[in-house]
Design a protein around this ligand. Sequence first.
Ligand SMILES: C[S@@+](CC[C@H](N)C(=O)[O-])C[C@H]1O[C@@H](n2cnc3c(N)ncnc32)[C@H](O)[C@@H]1O
Ligand SMILES: [Zn+2]
Length: 353
Amino acid sequence: VNADAPEQFHAVCPICRDRPGGPASLGVADDFASDPSGVRHGVLRCADPGCAAEFPVVDGLPIVRADARDFLAAAQGALRRRADLPDALERVLADTIDPGTREDLDRYYLSVYARDAYPGEGETSGIVALLDEVLTISGAPLVPGGAVLELGCGVGRACFELAARGQIRVVGIDANLPMLRCAAGVRDEGVARFGVRRAGVLYEPVERAHDSVGRERVELWCAEALDPPFAEGSFDTVLALNVLDCVASPVKLLQRASAMLRPGGRLMLTTPYDWTAGVTPMEAWLGGHSPRSDLAGDPASVLRDLLDPDAPGQTIDGLRQTAEKDRLPWSTRLHDRARLEYTVHAIVAEKTE
Ligand SMILES: C[S@@+](CC[C@H](N)C(=O)[O-])C[C@H]1O[C@@H](n2cnc3c(N)ncnc32)[C@H](O)[C@@H]1O
Ligand SMILES: [Zn+2]
């Protein structure tokens, strides 16, 4: 974390956010180890002495969540996972990871998203293609010098892409430490390291150089997309690429995205509406479960209506749709013999007030 990032992005304490008088700011309280890129290991602390909540910075990644204690308790394995073992030994140890465990799922998701974000020679990145689509339909260029927040940045490719294209203030937040670690490798060393799933539990370690301009300026924070730890109205652009269907409450994601935007700012979102009941309770799915409703359960129509202040029924305060494009192809590779083909809806909304 850059020492001035908390101030630059108006970081606030997620724990005392709802107190009377509003949330207090966060700042670097301890710097245990730093390098030219900023604080590598340290602590961010809430400025309100009555709260004084502490949030650790590990490997340059601040972990800033209202549930920091529980999150850290559950994330010990990922936090302390080492990256210094020889590949050959890594493979021997990796063989012993049981399918379906946290470690197994971590490496699986990392394989899926990192291989798309940092493809091999001659391959293109699906997420960059989606980013290009949503930037194109948004019509207006990004504000030079504007602040961008990416919700669910995963391995960070879109953040680095925007930094390379001149956005000087980009912060990506995600809940997944292994993905953020991979992103931090790109930011700090220009190298994406991950295992590519070949088949079953066979993973091949790869390193892909990704030395994009301005990568060192990207901030990567481990934070909750439904409660980003930043003051309201702090961002010109909020980006959410394929995360709407990964959160417990899609409506809350839209509400928080709206709250993060300054008037005139824009939300750029893509989604395949690929709901998973274990992640998003069925009642919270945008459509897709009620063919008898006016919108016939079509998720894209439900999202359009949420972003139309004049629509009857529930709408998202402060957001109005300005552009969309549907049926964009996006695919992910699961392993050497399987891929998933999605059809993605891209939508842009402007903050009206
Ligand atoms: C489908 S992946 C997309 C990643 C990236 N945007 C891309 O398209 O390559 C969804 C991402 O959202 C993150 N995510 C899911 N729920 C989240 C939450 N509640 N808060 C923060 N991140 C979350 C996941 O960890 C994952 O990295
Ligand atoms: Zn606080």
